[in-house]
Design a protein around this ligand. Structure first.
Ligand SMILES: [Zn+2]
Ligand SMILES: [Zn+2]
Length: 424
């Protein structure tokens, strides 16, 4: 084993994995642009207070999972554990609310949580997320959910379904919490310390307690949607109506509250039958109070985020997934004197937009061909003394081992037409 390894809970994204990452990132970017979303990038660390106020100080994230430190200027800083609070901070800081009625933003980058590492779960993990700020309309929730489903469809995942719930608004939340407390209160002594501590101030958090004993006491829980106010009920019915209209399958899950305090009304998760039932690919919801809570004007908003690691794992398990890469040209100068002119040809091919491997450390034609085979090159260009004497290049097609001598100055044209030929 090497002397130094990546810290526990982190991992290198190696060149073998990278095509999957690029595929997910580029598919996400082009899909989000169809919905007219724009990218935003925020720092990986923020003032700790942003997360304490934004995510809620009685959540697992803030209580147990944040990487918090003081810098040399004694500022309390935290590596971002999620993307929404920083986006909202930037939205307020840049006065985006005054520039357009609705701001549609997406982000992509590393997040940090001190969690127990398990398969597909890391302490530095990566999320892609979207935030639509400025509209309170239920069509907006439905559009964000539909966009998530569209994205995973586009990535090639099958059996997608949405789990959805409403966690109410400041008007009906106290009613919901009261009913929950009546139900949970009967068994409070059996629940864990966290649940007991959160019972009075944040009873909704008990629903996402990860403790398995606590979970067993949640069966028979009253449907919190019965306590929703009229506006919240209407909103929810419209959202599921729009999903129905698009033919997006969904199940209502009355216990789905998500582990963050800022959600209001809609909460949702998107899952795939390629994952276990408990495993969501993506989660999100509406957060109408967060912008004002972080010092901005009252602004309704809705968004989602998903973990790239998990999406990569699923794609890697799918046997029918093949990465398309553009074909490789292998250029083999035979002899040192042929290197400069070969390099010139290589430069021309690369500028035409093709992938080229220039190999100058081998002098034997045989070893060149072996290496080209290993790299899966489509064409090999051989340029040795014989070719130089007649000012030509030998172009060898690796698929059928045929080859042809082409005048040096026509080589580029010939190679491009060979590579454009898609019958290989
Ligand atoms: Zn309400
Ligand atoms: Zn608990």
């Amino acid at each position: 084993m090497s002397k130094y390894t990546a810290p526990r809970g982190t991992k290198d994204i190696t060149p073998d994995d990278m095509p999957f990452w690029h595929y997910i990132e580029s598919t996400s970017r082009s899909l989000f642009s169809l919905y007219n979303y724009q990218e935003i990038r925020t720092p990986v660390f923020e003032h700790t207070e942003l997360f304490e106020r934004g995510i809620g100080d009685s959540t697992d994230i803030v209580e147990k999972e944040m990487y918090t430190f003081s810098d040399k200027g004694d500022r309390r800083l935290t590596l971002r554990p999620e993307g929404t609070a920083p986006i909202v901070r930037a939205y307020v800081q840049h006065g985006m609310h005054s520039k357009s009625k609705v701001s549609k933003l997406y982000y992509c980058g590393p997040m940090f949580r001190y969690e127990r590492p398990q398969a597909g779960r890391y302490r530095q993990f990566h999320q892609i997320g979207v935030e639509s700020l400025g509209s309170a309309l239920p069509i907006c929730d439905a559009e964000v959910i539909a966009m998530g489903v569209h994205l995973f469809d586009e990535l090639g995942l099958s059996g997608l379904s949405v789990a959805i719930n409403s966690v109410g608004c400041p008007v009906c939340r106290p009613v919901i919490e009261e009913r929950l407390k009546q139900f949970i209160g009967l068994n409070l002594e059996h629940l864990c310390g966290d649940c007991n501590r959160r019972f009075d101030s944040r009873p909704l958090r008990i629903l996402d307690c990860k403790n398995s004993t606590c979970k067993t006491y949640m069966t028979g829980l009253p449907d919190i949607r019965d306590s929703l106010c009229h506006e919240c009920k209407d909103h929810f019915n419209y959202v599921v109506g729009y999903l129905d209209n698009l033919g997006i399958p969904f199940q209502i899950n009355p216990q789905l509250v998500r582990g963050l305090d800022y959600y209001t009304r809609t909460t949702f998760e998107i899952g795939s039958d390629q994952l276990g039932a408990q495993n969501a690919l993506c989660g999100g919801g509406r957060y109408d109070g967060l912008v004002s809570q972080l010092g901005g004007p009252a602004t309704p908003a809705v968004g989602f985020a998903f973990g790239i690691e998990r999406a990569v794992m699923i794609l890697q398990e799918m046997s029918d997934y093949h990465q398309r890469v553009n074909p490789l040209v292998y250029v083999a100068p035979v002899g040192f004197d042929q290197v400069a002119k070969s390099f010139l040809l290589v430069d021309r091919i690369r500028r035409a937009g093709y992938r080229v491997e220039l190999e100058t450390s081998k002098n034997e034609l045989k070893t060149h061909l072996k290496q080209a085979d290993k790299l899966n090159a489509r064409l090999v260009l051989i340029y040795g003394e014989d070719e130089a004497n007649v000012d030509k290049v030998l172009v060898r097609r690796m698929a059928d081992r045929t080859q042809e001598l082409i005048p040096f100055d026509h080589a580029l044209e010939y190679i491009v037409s060979e590579l454009e030929d898609d019958t290989f």
